[in-house]
Design a protein around this ligand. Structure first.
Ligand SMILES: NC(=O)c1ccc[n+]([C@@H]2O[C@H](COP(=O)([O-])OP(=O)(O)OC[C@H]3O[C@@H](n4cnc5c(N)ncnc54)[C@H](O)[C@@H]3O)[C@@H](O)[C@H]2O)c1
Length: 411
């Protein structure tokens, strides 16, 4: 008997994970859940899902799917909902995968309280939580993880990470994303709730969605921030998108391993999007797809950087992700074999090919009853660094202590 997995939230982002979760060889049953009925229908009526989905496994709300028997839930709802929903799932005896971040709310202290509750709930229930942090499953991060395990960096010296995503980015316009997220039952409830924060003068900022910038360096170095100082760049005046005072925030951190870190979270910047990090050590460094030591720099290809997927997982994803346009010949490809290369790339999904690895890591962790790489303890480190940085920016760069919950207990 394989695993049963319920997908909660089939909006813009959740939709892109359905085929991969369904196709994973260790998954035998899949459920769909969304408050918007038509978002379920697209999947429920698709013949591709028929062998693992039955009509009774369509659920109109989280409350309904919590009562059903599933080994795990995948929560890809709006960012202000994740923490409470994931904690409820854990308390109902389910392992849980969450879209990033742990939670995004205007109040930094409230977010830190949710981190604490999440860690305590995982500890108490023994159930597993995984943050679906795409950056941790980028090819660059996989390569750096291997180099760190091999000791190739030496002692860590410095790291820098950035998430540049301008509000008016033509590739992914954040005003349209926000409009879409608010245009649903859950979105309309948030519009009302958000007014209560506004009335109390509580203002968030870009560092309340910090995980694409903090996760890479902290994950590779297996460390956490102990102190943060941050400065902000003023948000444009009279622009309703920016409800906080800062459009961009630049954070500086002292880390537990003695290294320093600089993090940029920018939503108001005239350049195409960038989600990247560099890590520097006493023996070697990683910078812009290059491994650099004291003699030379070597450019690395994506294929050299990424970990291999198990063959049976690759094969299952290959069939699923190419089902609409199956290539004639799938046996390897040469550099000039454009069609075959495209078919291979589809296997890995979006965000620099991280989707396949996110799905595989979560399913494997549930099957093996082990904490996933981006478990609650680890995910809290990414989130806490951002929250405290934002609090510092609101106090004109004052150095503040960053809380830490340690690492996941070994099984
Ligand atoms: N690179 C990344 O990691 C990345 C990229 C994009 C989005 N995301 C994250 O993905 C999440 C989803 O974003 P989106 O754009 O798909 O949002 P969306 O609004 O399109 O989808 C969210 C869905 O969740 C559903 N939902 C909310 N509460 C529910 C409940 N109680 N029961 C059942 N369904 C419920 C909504 O009806 C909606 O369909 C966000 O939190 C975002 O941060 C991450």
């Amino acid at each position: 008997m394989g695993l049963s997995i319920g997908l909660v939230g089939l909006g813009a982002f959740g939709s892109s994970f359905a085929a991969l979760f369904k196709a994973h060889p260790l998954v035998s049953r899949i459920g769909f859940c969304d408050r918007e009925a038509e978002r379920i229908k697209r999947f429920a009526e698709d013949p591709f899902y028929k062998d693992k989905f039955s009509e009774g496994d369509a659920y109109p709300s989280l409350d309904a799917i919590l009562k059903a028997k599933f080994d795990a839930l995948v929560v890809i709802t709006q960012p202000w909902l994740h923490a409470e929903q994931c904690i409820r799932a854990l308390e109902h005896g389910k392992d849980v995968y969450s879209a990033v971040p742990i939670v995004s709310l205007p109040d930094a202290s409230e977010i830190l309280d949710w981190c604490d509750k999440l860690v305590q709930t995982c500890r108490r229930t023994g159930k597993h939580y995984m943050l679906g942090e795409t950056t941790v499953f980028h090819p660059e991060t996989m390569y750096c993880r291997r180099q760190a395990q091999a000791g190739a960096f030496g002692a860590f010296v410095f790291a820098e990470g950035q998430y540049y995503h301008d509000v008016d980015s033509p590739g992914c316009n954040l005003r349209k994303v926000q409009e879409h997220r608010l245009n649903s039952a859950a979105g309309r409830e948030w519009i009302e709730l958000k007014k209560t924060y506004d009335a109390r003068g509580i203002k968030g900022g870009p560092m309340h969605y910090p995980t694409h910038s903090t996760s890479g360096p902290l994950h590779v170095m297996r460390t956490h921030a102990v102190k943060a100082s941050c400065v902000g760049f003023a948000a444009p005046k009279d622009d309703a998108f920016f409800s906080g005072e800062f459009g961009n925030e630049t954070g500086f951190f002292k880390l537990a391993n003695g290294a320093t870190m600089r993090i940029n979270e920018y939503r108001h910047i005239g350049m195409h999007g960038e989600e990247a990090f560099n890590v520097y050590g006493t023996l070697g460094s990683f910078r812009h797809d290059h491994w650099i030591d004291k003699q030379r720099g070597t450019k690395l290809s994506v294929e050299e950087m990424r970990d291999p997927l198990p063959q049976e997982v690759y094969d299952a994803f290959y069939t699923a992700m190419n089902r609409k346009d199956p290539p004639k010949d799938r046996v390897g490809y040469k550099d000039d074999d454009f069609e075959a290369k495209k078919a291979d790339q589809r296997v890995y999904g979006g965000h620099r090919g991280s989707h396949a690895y996110l799905v595989h890591e979560f399913v494997s962790a549930v099957a093996e009853n082990r904490p996933p790489l981006t478990n609650a303890w680890e995910a809290s480190r990414y989130m806490a660094a951002g929250c405290v940085a934002h609090q510092s920016a609101q106090r004109d760069g004052e150095w503040l202590n960053v809380p830490d919950w340690g690492t996941a207990p070994e099984r």
